[in-house]
Write a protein that binds this ligand. Structure first.
Ligand code: IMP
Ligand code: MG
Length: 188
């Protein structure tokens, strides 16, 4: 097998390279390290499974004591977020008094982050901020403040660096657009 062949046949183009991601992740890590100098209880709380690659790279660039936890949530119906979010598995840490950074892969409509944020605020963290690798600004349906953002992207469906289309594409070290026509031909 050729070393250069893309591992999926439905990839459109690479829109953010591995180098660009790693550079930006390091910057975000520096920024978080500065902002949380005085925090004694820093928790990175990732949303499964899309944020896994991002959070594990990012935490290595944070030079502070910290801990990590995960939650898994899904939209009630269809492929488009609806605002009705179901918790499939909750975090274990009691976040009361913690400085929580909620980490997700991508903000699309914004419903997921908005809903999880409200839910976490009810659990009395000392502070709560939002970190996302990608933001599709043109698709927002609710007003979301992203405190730490990797990249703004156009309204493409993307995979890679943790993001998937029907569970495929998560292992790519870069962000690529999906050629939806090809994808439909391949997977119906
Ligand atoms: P939101 O609630 O509409 O903001 O949806 C956010 C979630 O939708 C993300 O956590 C992703 O799981 C998924 N999502 C939205 N756009 C994309 C994409 O382009 N590629 C992969 N997943 C996406
Ligand atoms: Mg997700």
């Amino acid at each position: 097998m050729s070393m250069n062949k893309l591992p999926y046949d439905f990839i459109g183009e690479i829109i953010i390279t591995e180098e660009q991601i790693q550079r930006r992740v390091a910057e975000l890590g520096e920024q978080i390290t500065r902002d949380y100098q005085n925090s004694e209880k820093l928790l990175m709380l990732g949303l499964l499974r899309g944020s896994v690659m991002f959070i594990t790279d990012l935490m290595q660039k944070i030079h502070l004591p910290m801990t990590m936890d995960f939650m898994s949530v899904s939209s009630y119906s269809g492929s488009e977020s609806s605002g009705f979010i179901r918790i499939d598995s909750d975090h274990k840490t009691n976040i009361n008094g913690w400085d929580v950074i909620l980490v997700d892969d991508i903000v699309d409509t914004g419903y997921t982050i908005q809903t999880v944020r409200k839910l976490l605020l009810d659990r009395n963290p000392h502070s709560l901020k939002v970190c996302a690798l990608l933001d599709k600004v043109a698709r927002h349906k609710v007003n979301i403040k992203i405190d730490y953002l990797g990249f703004e992207i156009p309204d493409y469906f993307v995979v890679g660096y943790g993001l998937d289309i029907d569970e495929k594409g998560r292992n790519l070290p870069y962000i690529a657009s999906v050629d939806l026509e090809k994808y439909r031909k391949l997977y119906g």
